[in-house]
Design a protein around this ligand. Sequence first.
Ligand code: BGC
Length: 755
Amino acid sequence: MNIKHSILLLVLCASFTLSAQKRIPKVEDLLQKMTLEEKIGQLNLLTPGGGVATGEVVSKNVETKIKAGQVGGLFGVAGPDKVRVAQELAVKESRLGIPLLIGSDVIHGYKTTYPIPLGLSASWDLALMEQAAQMAAREATADGINWNFSPMVDVARDPRWGRIAEGAGEDPYLGSRIAEAMVKGYQGNDLTASHTKLACVKHFALYGAAEAGRDYHSVDMSKVKMFNQYLPPYKAAVDAGVASVMSSFNDVDGVPATGNKWLLTDLLRDRWGFGGFVVSDYTSLNEMIPHGLGDLQAVSALSLKAGLDMDMVGEGFLTTLKKSLEEGKVTEEEITNACRRVLEAKYISGLFDDPYRYLDSKRPSKDILTNENRALARKLAAHSFVLLKNENNILPIQKNKKIALIGPLADSRNNMLGTWAPTGDLNLAVTILEGFKNVASNATISYAKGANISDDEEFAKHVNVFGPRIEIDERSPEVMLEEAIALAKNSDVVVAVVGEATEMTGEAASRTDISIPESQKILIRNLVATGKPVALVLMSGRPLTIPDEFELPVAILQVWHPGVEAGNAIADVVFGDYNPSGKLTATWPRNVGQIPIYYSVKYTGRPAPESGEFQKFRSNYLDAPNSPLLPFGYGLSYTTFEYSDLKLSKETIGQGESISATVTVTNTGNYDGEEVVQLYLRDVVRSITPPKRELKGFQKVSLKKGEHKEVTITLSADDLKFYNGQLNFVAEPGEFQVFVGTNSDAEMTKSFTLK
Ligand code: BGC
C-alpha cells in the first residue's frame, strides 16, 4: 500500500462512525459491478461449526456458497491456514473476489483467557482493561480473525441472569467507560494494522433486562429508563468508534431488536450517528417467527427495512430478499445500503488491499500464549478479585504454613476459564492446587475435594453441555466430607475453594436460586466447626446470595472465574504477593426476593426509614431490609484507607462548567495497597424522579502504608445531565450533592448549586 493510500485509509477509519454519508470510491465501484444476488450474499454470515453453536442451526454447504458469492463473513474458523482456505475460496473462486470477514467470540481473551468480563470490570482499571483487549486482539488476529463479537455491554441488575458474567455489571457510567476501553483496545487507532480488529458491541439493546432473569425473555421498559440507565454503554461504544453492532434476541417496546427500526435506524444511525454495520445475533432474525412477527420472508423484509445489515446463520436474507424485492416488499436501495455497510467494514479493515493480511502462519507461535501474555492474564486476574470479608485477618497466609486446600473447585481444571471461552483451552489452566505449590513452595499443602459442586444429577446434566464441569464423585458425600474434616483438623489454616462451576453462569444459564449449592454449604459449615481459621475462595460468574456464609468467622475472597492463570493469581493474593483491590460492579443481594437490585434506586414517595427498620406504609419488606448484603463498589483490602477533607472547587457553577471534588485518602493499615476512590452524584430536584445517587467518577490510586494522597475527580458539564421526559439530554438548575468514598454507600458529602 502506498503512503497516499494509507493516509486516505487512516482518515476514513478515524471518521468511520461519523461518515454515514461519505462514500468510499472502491466500494462504490464494486457496488456498480455487483448483481442483486451478490449484494444479498454479502449480508450472509455463516458458521461451518467448530466453535460453540449456540443455536440448533449450523450452516451447510459453506464452500459452495462462498464460491457462489453468497457469503459475506464466517465465524468459527480459526488459524491462518484454515482461514486462508476460506479466504482463497472467496478471493480466487467467487466472481468478484470479495474477501470475507472472519468473526469470533473473543470475550475474555483469545487463547490466553483472562477473567470473565464481570470479574475484569471489578478491577476498575481502565488502562488494564484496554491492555487486555489489545492482547486479545493481537492473539486473535494472529490466528486469522479480523472481527470480534465483543464488547458485551448489557447493563444487568438481575444476577439470576447467567449472562451477567459477560458484562460490566449494573452501572451505566462504569459500563460506558469500560465499553470505550475495550473498543479502543480491540480496534486501536488503525484498523488496517495486523494486530487490530473490528469490534462489535452487543447485544443491542437492553438484553440484560430480561424479565425474571430468564435468558432470552421479554424486556419492557420506559424510554427514560432506557436512555438514562441501559443505553449509555452502547452509545459510549458507538462514540468510541465501534465498527459494528449486534442486535439482541429480546424485544424492545414490543418489536424484536433485530427488526426494530426505531432502535437500529432512528436511534442508532439517525440520533447517534453510527456509520458501521449491524449484524443479527445467532438466528435472531429467524427467531422473530416464534416471537410472533410473521414468516421468514416477512421478518427478513422487516429486519432489512429496520436497518439490519447482516444475518447471522439463519439465511433469512439469503433465501427471501430477492422474492421480497420482486413483490415490492423491500427496495433494491435498502439491499444496496446494507451491502455497502458490510463492504465498508471490509475496506476499513484493509481486506481489499490485502485479503491475507491476518494470515501469517508464523504469527501464532510468536503472538499467542506468550509468557508476556500469561503474565498479563495473571495480573488481570489478581486485580479482579474482591475481598468480601477478612475476619481476624486470616488473609494473607504466610508461605510456611500447613495448609488444607479443600473444595470441589480447588483442583478442577475444567472450571477455571469461565463461561464463553470457546477459543481458550481448558487443559492449559492452572488449578489452585498447582498455583499454591508454585507460589508457596515452602508450605505444606494437602488437598481434599470435600464435596461435589452439586449433588443434584439432573442439575449437573443441564450444566455439563460442553463437557464435565460438575463431576459427581464416586465416593459418597459423607466419605468426602470426613476426609476433608480430618485434613482440616491436621492443618494450621484451611482454604476452601467453593462456588459455581463455569457453566452455572453464561448464556442460557439462568438460576432462580443463586446461593452456593447445598453440598458445598455443608462442607463450609463443617470446616468452620473444626475451629481452624478458614478462608473461602469463592468462584462465580454472578453475585451470589451468601447471607449464611457471610455471618461465619471466615475470610472470603471473590475470584469469579479467573482464566488460564487462575491458580497462580489466586495464590498471589492468598499469600499476599498482591494486595486485593477489586470492587464489586454489581450489588450482592441478601436473597433472590430483593432482585432486581442496584444501588442507583429512587427514593419513591414513601421511602423506607434510613435506619433500615421496618415501617408500615413505607417502601420496605416485612421479612428483609431493603439494603443489599454487599453494595455496588464494595471491596476490602489487606490494608485500610481513611477519607478526609472533601472539598469542592466551587459552590456554584453555571451551565457548561465543570467542577472538581478533592479528597485526601490515607493508607492507615499495614500493607501497601490500592483503593478505588468513587464519586457519586445526586441531583436533588429535577423534572423526572432522580436516583438516590449515581456514579460519576472514580480513580484507582496506589498508596504505600502510611502514605496519603489528594485525589481530585472532575465532573464535566455532561456528568450533570440526564435524559428528561422529552429525551433531551439536559442539566437542570438546582442543588447537587456529591458523595465520595470507598463504595456506593459513601457518606462524606458536599453540595453545590447549578445556576
Ligand atoms: C450469543 C452472542 C454470540 C453469538 C455467536 C449468540 O448465541 O448471544 O453473544 O456472539 O451467539 O456465537
